[in-house]
Design a protein around this ligand. Sequence first.
Ligand code: COA
Length: 376
Amino acid sequence: MLTMSSDKRKGLAGVVVDETAITRAAETGPLTYRGYEIQDLVKHCSFKDVAYLILYGELPTPAQLRRFQTKERDYRDISPELIALIRQFPASTDPMARLRTAVSYLGLEDPEANDNRREANLEKAIKMLARMPTIVATGYRCHKGLEPIPPRRDLSFAENFFHMCFGEVPEKTVLRCLNTSLILYADLGFGPSTFAARVVASSLSDIYSAITAAIGSLKGPLHGGANADVMRMLLEIGEPERLANWVEAALANKKTIFGFGHRVFKRGDPRVSILYTEVQKLARLRDGEKWTTMQEQLADIMRERKNLYPNLDYVAGLAYYLMGFGVEMATPIFALSRVTGWSAHVMEQLTANKLIRPIGSYVGPAQRSVVKPGAA
Ligand code: COA
């Protein structure tokens, strides 16, 4: 048990706070969702199957999948009021800030927001899964001065997202890469944003508040925001010939190199090689091999100099850039997938709830009496 002063763990590193039956994420052994290895899931499943698995605990039968898909497609539209709100956001706003505000607004619009029964929360989870892509795509287009494109029911999750952003559906290689990244991003145990969602849920608040908090946490560059910063960094370096000097200077100045390191996977993130196979195909298709060359060089240098390995954000940031999205879109795309994990964790928290309320070790002034400054 942790005590007031001596046993504190900065950043809760290594602290087991609760049990979970969703994802097994540890330094050793396989990374699994509900017992299935991620490699196996990527090989045999679509993101839709995996979203169902994470939310319901089992892979769907064909009939269950049809019902889930119908629901998700039926829920894709967002209200005219929300579209009007998104149009009003200042042009300079961060898309994660837009998403955070819009998801909070979804909660305002839902009369069932405060119903914390499992069935009700599952329904709300599917609503958010369906509507967050519409929110992100609407924000993306409004920000560029373009008219929003409404969702289409006849398209898959990934196809529809491209359609709403760009007005067209890209090649299979591109769709496959997005689908793979969404599967790999769906959950990873008690990461900061998931923990934030569980903390909010533990006070018996509502699922929209929990997901809004999670989006706020994911936005940070030490967490999901890293996938956008990876691409900013590569663009700043610009050319492979400049890379070695740039990294030396960055390390000498003790800069954080985004996309490296992980609280759990100290010897490498098992998701990286799975996505990288798809990113290489994408780079060949989109004439982006300069960037994969740079990523490989940088990974070699970081391993040799710092014993640090790339995390999923390292490859996903490049993947989304090569798909044609602006750099800043990488983190919202992460959120479109992770909302499944967040929602499952909220429901898991509520099934065996205990208020999450740790203690801090007090290091402020010793007790003293009030003497107002300036008083005689
Ligand atoms: N670039 C440079 N140095 C790094 C680094 C990085 N990306 N990641 C870790 N380090 C260094 C730390 O500075 C620290 O060095 P020190 O012992 O000399 O102080 C050491 O490696 C240990 O790192 P630490 O910050 O204690 O690990 P952590 O478990 O607390 O942090 C991260 C994990 C993810 C926050 C950290 O690796 C990081 O900031 N990575 C970059 C952001 C990122 O990619 N985030 C996405 C995570 S999925």
